[in-house]
Design a protein around this ligand. Structure first.
Ligand code: F6P
Length: 559
């Protein structure tokens, strides 16, 4: 794509038309539903196994039509093809963006060759290596230094090298192999390593150091601290007698990275390293070798289903016309919510306990991707970008922040996600608990959409003085996503759905959704400040007065 030909969406007639449409619209979901018996069916679509109801958003048929025209004006189709075919749409890093290639089935034709690399061949070669290794760990062929089977896999990574694996591990727990579990270390706070390894048996623990760059301070520090813990603990148990430390490291440490040379420097045998490529963004990497911990605890079949789910959504996104294209519609709806209705945040509310880390995962995916203030051609953005994503599982959120969504002064679009079949059916007397749970999900989206009028409140005999406080204005936009069950494939579909929504928004805003320069400054300053924190008064004296005060507080209070 040629960034000099970048369209500024906000200067297009299609943007202007949306503005005019917005000015002429008085959202009224009660009236809209009453007037159109087909409203729900018209705005409900399927993508793979997902049933997605957009009808409770503040949209009319015309809104969708105009959003479709805007998508055309910014050449969404062209950018989509450019992404799938490996053009360097990550402009500032001059890279292709090919996470979709990670889930192309083997044997798909024509083969994907990008920048001289046969991407399909390489992806499947690494997958085979991962599956073979996972099998050896699962069946006990791969053992620790004392010959014991591996029982715990500890993934050491941060950002995309952590959030995806954690979220998927939590989401698919019912699929894990008995006797095998995973833990995750990410924070450079020493508490994270200490608490994670506290009750582990070093003889049955396998660490996976997961870092795209193998240069991330947190991950390499945690890897070294974990290596020291392992060797000490093995030594104390007498397990290292007559053995070299390096033998233990080789048996208890493997790595995942695009920088296999650095893996070797760390002391991990490159034979025990799983590679990926710089065209996989960190936050788009859970389906690459970064998912090795998942392939081990869940096995090849589950991981394959997971990848197949992504691919189903990729195909839907790439080939479906706009009017039925769920990621395109949801991405454009986010544009509508942010740039025309003024939403600043977006809640994601899974009605499934297994998805409890899904909002945290989405925070990196969406905000590291679209939290940008300049466009692909280097010019400043001309409208708001990157809304804040957040959320908690229902029904916990209902008793915490839903008040603000229902009656606060801000518009907070919310995605509700639920599944028809529970993993753990339960009865409370005659009451099916999952049904009660789902009733909450349906009730919330209904209450948010249709509210409660003053007359309805009065009709309940409410004291006139508190009628206003008990009115719900309604017209609070929600999207409902349902599937039969949270399977590996459905999870892959959900992740890919949000990846593509994020992409669509980035295209409209004309930003590079695949770089993350915003995290660099803090990293650099931390390294510069480290000597001051260690007591170097000369370095401290060069800091601003607030930083000096804070570091001083630390130096005066440390024991
Ligand atoms: O937060 C910045 C970032 O580069 C993320 O994009 C990435 O997921 C994370 O750091 C970890 O990077 P790495 O996998 O290279 O250790």
């Amino acid at each position: 794509m040629d960034s000099s030909k970048l369209v500024d969406a906000t200067t297009t007639p299609e943007w202007k038309a949306l503005n005019e449409h917005h000015d002429s619209l008085t959202p009224n979901l009660r009236r809209w539903f009453d007037a159109d018996a087909n409203r729900a069916s018209k705005h409900t679509h399927t993508a793979g196994d997902l049933y997605v109801d957009l009808s409770k958003n503040l949209i009319t048929d015309e809104t969708i039509e105009l959003l479709g025209k805007l998508a055309e004006a910014v050449n969404l189709k062209g950018y989509t093809e450019a992404m799938f075919s490996g053009e360097h749409i990550n402009i500032t890093e001059d890279r292709a963006v090919l996470h979709t290639a990670l889930r192309r089935p083997e044997g798909k034709t024509p083969e994907l060759v990008v920048d001289g690399q046969n991407v399909d061949e390489d992806v499947h070669a690494v997958l085979k290596k991962i599956y073979a290794f996972a099998d050896r760990v699962r069946n006990g062929e791969w053992v620790g230094i004392t010959g014991k089977k591996i029982e715990t896999v500890v993934n050491i990574g941060i950002g995309g090298s952590d959030l995806g694996p954690v979220m998927v591990y939590e989401s698919l727990k019912p699929y894990k192999q008995e006797g095998l579990s995973a833990r995750f270390i990410s924070n450079i706070d020493p508490t994270d390593v200490a608490e994670t390894v506290a009750d582990l048996d070093p003889e049955t623990t396998l660490f996976i150091v997961a870092s795209k760059t193998f240069g991330t301070l947190e991950t390499l520090t945690n890897a070294r601290v974990s290596r020291a813990w392992l060797l000490n603990a093995l030594r104390e148990a007498g397990a290292l007698e007559g053995k070299e430390d390096s033998e233990a490291v080789a048996k208890h440490f493997v790595a995942v990275s695009t920088a296999l040379d650095k893996v070797a420097e760390f002391g991990i045998d490159p034979e025990n390293a799983f590679g990926f490529w710089n065209w996989v963004g960190g936050r788009y990497s859970v389906d690459s070798a970064i998912g090795t911990s998942l392939a081990i605890v869940f096995g090849k079949d589950v991981f394959e289903d997971f990848l197949a789910g992504f691919h189903t959504m990729d195909e839907h996104f790439r080939t479906t016309e706009f009017e039925k294209n769920v990621p395109a519609l949801m991405g454009m709806l986010n544009i509508w919510n942010v740039n025309f209705l003024g939403a600043e945040t977006h809640a994601v509310l899974p009605y499934d306990q297994y998805l409890h880390r899904f909002p945290a995962y989405l925070q990196q995916l969406t905000m590291e991707s679209n939290g940008k203030g300049v466009r692909m051609d280097g010019s400043p953005v001309t409208t708001s970008t990157g809304e804040v994503f957040w959320g908690e599982p229902g029904t916990n959120g209902q008793h915490a922040f839903y008040q603000l969504i229902h009656q606060g002064t801000r518009i907070i679009p919310a995605d509700f996600i639920a599944f028809a079949n529970p993993v753990h059916p339960a009865k409370d007397g005659e009451q099916d608990v999952h049904e009660l749970f789902l009733a909450n999900f349906f009730a919330q989206t209904k209450a948010l959409a249709f509210g409660k009028t003053a007359d309805e409140v009065r009709a309940e005999g409410t004291d006139e003085a508190i009628v206003p406080a008990r009115v719900f204005t309604g017209n609070r936009p929600t999207t409902s996503i349902m599937a039969s069950k949270l399977t590996p494939s459905v999870l892959g579909q959900l992740i890919a759905l949000y990846e593509h929504i994020t992409f669509v928004q980035g295209v409209v805003w004309g930003i590079d959704s695949f770089d993350q320069w915003g995290v660099e400054l803090g990293k650099k300053l931390a390294l510069e400040l480290a000597p001051a924190v260690a007591g170097d008064r000369e370095v401290l004296a060069q800091q601003d007065s607030s930083t000096q005060g804070l570091v001083d507080f630390y130096l005066n209070n440390r024991k």
